[in-house]
Design a protein around this ligand. Structure first.
Ligand SMILES: NC(=O)c1ccc[n+]([C@@H]2O[C@H](COP(=O)([O-])OP(=O)(O)OC[C@H]3O[C@@H](n4cnc5c(N)ncnc54)[C@H](OP(=O)(O)O)[C@@H]3O)[C@@H](O)[C@H]2O)c1
Length: 405
C-alpha cells in the first residue's frame, strides 16, 4: 500500500536531517530519523554522526530520552533501513525495539550485504509494523543523498562526478589562457559544496603542474576533508605542491616504478600507489575499484581535458557539469540562450564578467533579457583547430539562428 502524504512528509523531514550528515558520516550512509510518541507528538530527531559514532536512530532516541518523551507505541520515520548487525556500533533495529515503538516507516532499503532486509525482518519479528516506501519523493531523495554509498555497495565503484569550471559560453579558459578564475565566487562556493560531499577529489598531473591546486574544502564548513587523489603515471608531482601542504590525506597514483620520486612524495606526506594500466598510464578502472573498496562513495573529479574528456567522460557517463553562474566570464561573440527565453543573445562587449543577473555587462538581442543563473551556453563555436567546444550535453541538438532575430 502506498504511504500516506503525512508519512511521505515525515520521511522527507528525515532526509532533510540526513543532509546534515554530509561532510560528517562518510563512509557511512547519510541517514535521518524522526520519532513521534503514540499521541503523535514529536519526541526526537537525529542524523548519523561520524563513522564509529551513533547512527540517526540512536541520536533521535537520545533526544527523546533527554526530553522525557514516552516512546511506547510511537512511530519512527527513518530515511534508510535500520542496521541489524554489530559493526562499530550495536544494531539500530534492536534500539528501536527496546524503545517500544509500534511502527517504523522506512524511505529506502539498505543494500549493504550485512543489512539488506535484515533490519526490516528483525523489527517485524519483534512485532513492529514496518512500512517501506516503494516509490515517492522521500525514497528518491534518500537515494540521491546516498548515491555514492549505493554506487560503491551495488556496483563496486564510486559515483563519478566530473566538475568543469566553465565561462558562460562554455570555455574552460579565457582566450589568453587564464583559467583562474573564470568563474565567480558563487560557482566556487558551489564547487566546494560538491567537494564536501565526496569521499575523494581526483585530478591529473597536468592540473597539478599547471594550477598547483589545493583541492580541499575551504569555502563551506565541513568536519571531514576528502581524500585527494592525483593520477600521475611518472610520480612527477612536486613534493612542494600545495595540495601536500594542506592537512588531510593525499594519494598519488602512478604507473611507473620510480623509487626515488615515490620516496620523496612519501616523505612529503603522500601515500603512493602503483597501478599500471595496459597503455603505460594509470589503470583507471582498477583505481575506481580500489577507491570504492576503501569507502569512497562519491568521487569528485576536477581535472583537465586529457583526464576528463579523453579518459573518464567517454567511459563512465555519470557526470555532472557545473552550470555557469553570474560572475563567470563570457567571450564576446559567443551565442547564449536563456532557458526562460526562446531567443538567442550575443554579448557584444569585449570578453567580460557577468556581474549579476540584474546588472548586465553585455548587450543582447532578446529584449533586454540578460543571462540568469539558469542560462546555459547552447551553441559553442569550435576551437580554431576544429575541436568541438566543451558544451552542456543538453545543448547538442540546439543551434542558433543564422542571423539574430
Ligand atoms: N576549467 C576547469 O574546470 C579545469 C579543471 C582542472 C584543470 N583545468 C585546466 O586543465 C589544464 C590541465 O589539463 P591536462 O589535460 O593537461 O591535465 P589533467 O587532465 O589534469 O591530467 C592529465 C594527465 O594525467 C595523467 N594520466 C595518468 N593516467 C592517465 C589515464 N589513464 N588517462 C589519462 N590521463 C592519465 C597523464 O599524464 P602522465 O601520463 O604523465 O601521468 C595526463 O597527461 C590546465 O590548464 C588547467 O588549468 C581546468
Amino acid at each position: 500500500m502506498p504511504l500516506s502524504d503525512a508519512d511521505q512528509a515525515l520521511l522527507l523531514r528525515a532526509v532533510a536531517l540526513a543532509e546534515q550528515s554530509i561532510g560528517l558520516s562518510d563512509p557511512n550512509p547519510r541517514v535521518g530519523c524522526v520519532l513521534h510518541t503514540a499521541g503523535g507528538q514529536l519526541a526526537g530527531e537525529g542524523f548519523t554522526q561520524q563513522a564509529g559514532g551513533p547512527h540517526a536512530e540512536v541520536m533521535a532516541l537520545r533526544a527523546a530520552a533527554a526530553q522525557g518523551a514516552p516512546l511506547a507505541g510511537g512511530t519512527a520515520w527513518v530515511s534508510l533501513e535500520p542496521c541489524a548487525h554489530h559493526g562499530r556500533t550495536p544494531p539500530c533495529a534492536d534500539a528501536l525495539i527496546a524503545a517500544g515503538l509500534s511502527r517504523v516507516v522506512v524511505a529506502l532499503g539498505d543494500p549493504y550485504p550485512q543489512v539488506a532486509g535484515r533490519g526490516v525482518q528483525r523489527l517485524r519479528a519483534a512485532g513492529i509494523t514496518v512500512d517501506v516506501a516503494g516509490a515517492g519523493p522521500a525514497r528518491q531523495a534518500a537515494q540521491a543523498l546516498n548515491i555514492g554509498f549505493l554506487s560503491r555497495v551495488l556496483r563496486g565503484r564510486p559515483w563519478l562526478r566530473l566538475k568543469v569550471a566553465a565561462s558562460l559560453d562554455g570555455r574552460t579558459a579565457l582566450p589568453d589562457g587564464r583559467s583562474q578564475w573564470i568563474t565567480g565566487p558563487a560557482a566556487r562556493q558551489d564547487g566546494h559544496a560538491w567537494r564536501r560531499r565526496a569521499g575523494a577529489v581526483l585530478t591529473g598531473i597536468g592540473t597539478v603542474l599547471a594550477d598547483d591546486p589545493r583541492l580541499d574544502v575551504r569555502l563551506v564548513p565541513t568536519q571531514l576533508q576528502p581524500l585527494r587523489v592525483v593520477v600521475d603515471s611518472a610520480f612527477a608531482t612536486p613534493p612542494a605542491a600545495r595540495l601536500l601542504q594542506e592537512p588531510g590525506r593525499v594519494l598519488v597514483v602512478g604507473a611507473q616504478d620510480q623509487p626515488a620520486r615515490m620516496a620523496s612524495l612519501r616523505a612529503a606526506g603522500a601515500e603512493v600507489l602503483l597501478l599500471p594500466g595496459a597503455d603505460g598510464r594509470v589503470d583507471l578502472p582498477q583505481l575506481l575499484q580500489r577507491l570504492a573498496a576503501n569507502g569512497v562513495g562519491e568521487l569528485h573529479v576536477e581535472a583537465g581535458a586529457v583526464l576528463m574528456r579523453r579518459s573518464l567522460a567517454p567511459t563512465w557517463s555519470t557526470s555532472c557539469w557545473s552550470t555557469p553562474r553570474p560572475g563567470c566570464w563570457v567571450r564576446a561573440g559567443a551565442w547564449l540562450r536563456c532557458q526562460n527565453c526562446p531567443r538567442w543573445m550575443r554579448p557584444w562587449a569585449s570578453t567580460s564578467r557577468i556581474a549579476n543577473a540584474s546588472a548586465p555587462t553585455c548587450g543582447c538581442w532578446c529584449g533586454g533579457r540578460v543571462p540568469t543563473p539558469s542560462c546555459t551556453a547552447r551553441h559553442l563555436p569550435p576551437w580554431p583547430d576544429g575541436r568541438p567546444a566543451l558544451h552542456h550535453p543538453a545543448a547538442a541538438a540546439q543551434r542558433p539562428p543564422a542571423q539574430p532575430g
